[in-house]
Write a protein that binds this ligand. Sequence first.
Ligand code: M6R
Length: 619
Amino acid sequence: MCGIVGYVGRTMDDTALDVVMEGLTRLEYRGYDSAGVALVTDDGIDAEKRSGKLENLRAALAARPLPTSRTAIGHTRWATHGGPTDGNAHPHRGGEGDRLALIHNGIIENFHVLKKELVEEGVEFRSETDTEVAAKLLGREYDRLGDLTKAMQVVVNRLEGAFTLLAVHADSPGTVVGARRNSPLVVGLGDGENYLGSDVAAFIGHTRQAVELGQDQIVTITPDRHEVIGFDGAPAEGRAYEVTWDAAAAEKGGYPTFMEKEIHEQPHAVADTLLGRTDESGRLVLDEVRISEEQLRGVDRIIIVACGTAAYAGMVAKYAVEHWTRIPVEVSLAHEFRYCDPIVDGTTLVVSISQSGETMDTLMAVKHASDLGAMTLSVCNTHGSTIPRESDAVLYTHAGPEIAVASTKAFLAQITACYILGLYLAQLRGETYADDAKSVMAELQGIPAKIEDLLGRMDRVVEMANFMADTRSVLFLGRNVGYPVAMEGALKLKELAYIHAEGFAAGELKHGPIALIDAGQPVFIVVPSPDTPHELHKKVVSNIQEIRARGARTIVIAHDGDEDVEPYANEVIRIPRCSPMLAPLLAVVPLQIFALHLSTAKGLDVDQPRNLAKSVTVE
Ligand code: M6R
């Protein structure tokens, strides 16, 4: 939810502050209610923090430049406890003379009890945050023990909930101490300088050598070393790896927004997710599977858990996986699954889908499924994140870093990965549809070129978005795999353009929602491929007629060559022809472009829409 950066180097100059501000710029997608930095200077701790976006902090730093330093921490916040004010912004201070500064990502669930204890000791609080409790506790323990790492060890053992903490103390220049539980923290290894970040984007401009901390670990960095221990004080090690993408991948690359760049990266996201999925004999393989083939063969039920766009990817996948494997698939919003007393056992496969791998609702659903004895498999875009680590098996999507808060390329990569999983399970079970695996994989290989082609035909969609900037409500209809696509189109419009939008199953319209249709109501209809079985195509064409007859303005997304829709469409947006199951990978693209340009036409912040954050690490 929040973005965290830490830095230590050898030289007293502006590098520490520059590195931290650069890291915060890359992490701002994680939260942008307020931001702050703290430096260890020759005179103690100096800090600055401001509510609002990072530019407010930048202006404050320009107005009052901070002294030189070689040790800095920085934070960009998505508020949980306490509103987005200057006072609630991080860092928070603690210890005698406020000589300690601390930043935090997550929620400390027992902060009320701890705060009461501190207040009874006479400690005064200046904010409404749970974070300040950790700062005051850590300050107290440092004053007692005189060692920041030991003090951190005492404190983390008293905290409940999810947290990444970074702290610096005026008495320890050249040292930053971090700790993590249920929230990410990565070390970046430099030459005579070291880094900490919520994710590698924090320091990707400086090093690609990373060490991912495990659950319940504490790390101490100085310019020349990083030392990891467990919360119990025992020596520990993080997992070292080399980041395979560079700083350019986390920058806009000439596009006005990250979202536009990420939409245009979709051909690569799909192609890269398909890469290397077969062995020498042409059989599909997964990434990291700690479940035996025999156990997977015995799967008799699949439950997909995810939130938001990832859940819509799961809904698309349900149709395909059931079709190829004949295993019943349910899709459950992760937060509903966790608290609905789900029926799962040792033959249930719970598949989580998450771009970030840190969504707390999804993580809790996965842990709950494991506790109930289910096998768990994660479809995830972020290497080393928490959800894959907590799962028995992983299938990584290779969409590259997704920075815009609204998910686009991750959605396509998630569908692709779920299809690979479905075909893999079909292959294992030797079902009739196992034979389809090769032909579906071959057709999937052709999808990136079709997305590329489609992206080149979006001029009319952009025009429509521009003249529809004043629209108050838009409906989206789809059937079968087109239904989740319709819901994804509505979600994009809600989150980017703050317009009321709903996605419906087209067949459901006549059972109530058709009452919403009056003259001029814009309705997008995702039309299935004319090759879809069960005359579904015809049924959707009838649905278009029904709403057109009631005055709707019909904007139809149809395959090339589908002439049946023409008489009932005010606008037709064409997508390249493909088989019915693969159509979501194309049909969603015009809906993303529409939302992007409508948001731009309204002058809104495309990459960082109001009230949202990229990784939702609270339940
Ligand atoms: O990181 P995740 O895929 O787990 O995130 C899930 C949702 O929070 C995410 O898809 C959200 O709905 C996006 N804002 C949609 O654009």
